[in-house]
Unconditional design. Structure first.
Length: 337
């Protein structure tokens, strides 16, 4: 609360006091009091009023600043009525009751929204569980009846499987941390598992794959890292252009183990690079490949942030390189050694 605003709010009371001083001065003048006595009483009255208004200003400012500080410390600021003291003045108590009513209404709406989200998440998870059964059955039928048609069908089934995994993670994004299992994993195993998940897509596009120096161990969740690699492989093939080549390499840099996936596709314009991990951003390439949704890399970035994995992208005239950086836990390594 500024001093100017406080004076403006107290203007009626100040005018009332000035009117009282004027009336008292006229009464004393008519009664025959001396000019010195009248001035003395007027000065004393104004000093008392000024001291009172100043004291009230500092008291209210301190009180209001304390309330603002309490509100800023709260994650859910609509709960401010729970931590603020009950006011003593009748007018302030009315506003306090309004805050309590607003809080109760907000909590009710939040509970309703959370119940709706929970029901939606359960439905999505149930749907994905059910849809995976016919997908698996169709895969088995195609595996047992090999032909050019079934191989193309298996490629499309791999895409459907990847999209269902995207949907499952997106539905669980609020509680994804409950499904983490951090342990030591071999990066080469995860890389080959991701390649196997996309074998028909890679075969159909005649993609050449090389894996270099992948025998490193890191501490992370292998399932979610495999999910990330599946998204990156799908993107690399989608934007692979005429040179369908994928190169996996693992290197040690200071306190990190870095897994790089490089393609030789159409690349990413420099102006788009800062935004490729934003939700829904498709950029220049999204206008070339109409099936782009801008969700895959967004999910990868969000998951990497939760797992503590660095995710960066670099693109030049010879394709794009996506790098995953796993932090080395020196304490665990020392205990093991």
């Amino acid at each position: 609360m500024s001093g100017k605003q406080y004076i403006k709010n107290q203007l009626p009371a100040i005018l009332l006091h000035l009117a009282g001083i004027l009336a008292l001065s006229l009464f004393l003048a008519v009664s025959g009091s001396s000019l010195q006595s009248i001035l003395f009483l007027c000065i004393v009255w104004m000093l008392v009023v000024a001291c009172y208004l100043t004291a009230v200003f500092f008291y209210r400012s301190r009180h209001l600043n304390r309330l603002l500080s309490m509100a800023e410390l709260l994650d859910e600021r609509y709960l401010i009525a729970e931590v603020m003291p009950v006011p003593e003045k009748a007018e302030a108590q009315v506003f306090y009751r309004i805050l309590k009513m607003a809080e109760a209404s907000m909590l009710e709406k939040i509970g309703e929204t959370r119940r709706g989200q929970q029901a939606y998440q359960e439905y999505i998870e149930q749907w994905i569980h059910e849809v995976k059964t016919p997908i698996t059955a169709i895969k088995l039928l195609c595996e047992n009846n090999r032909s050019d048609f079934t191989r193309e069908l298996l490629t499309e089934l791999e895409k459907i499987d990847r999209y269902t995994e995207q949907t499952l993670y997106y539905a669980r994004s609020g509680q994804a941390q409950e499904d983490y299992a951090i342990r030591e994993i071999q990066l080469d195993r995860v890389i080959h598992a991701a390649i196997a998940d996309n074998k028909y897509l890679l075969r159909q596009n005649h993609t050449q794959i090389t894996v270099e120096a992948a025998a490193h161990q890191v501490f992370t969740d292998d399932k979610w890292v495999q999910f990330i690699l599946n998204q990156l492989i799908g993107n690399a093939v989608k934007y692979g252009g005429t040179q369908q080549k994928l190169h996996f390499s693992v290197s040690k840099r200071e306190n990190y183990v870095c897994l790089a996936l490089k393609d030789h596709g159409i690349g990413i314009p420099e102006s788009d690079l800062p935004r490729i991990f934003e939700k829904g951003f498709t950029g220049h390439n999204g206008r070339i490949v109409r099936s782009s949704t801008g969700i895959g890399l967004y999910l990868c970035k969000r998951l990497c942030d939760k797992l503590g994995i660095g995710l960066t992208a670099y693109s030049d005239g010879d394709g794009t390189t996506i790098t995953l950086s796993f932090h080395v836990n020196h304490f665990v390594n020392e205990v093991k050694s």
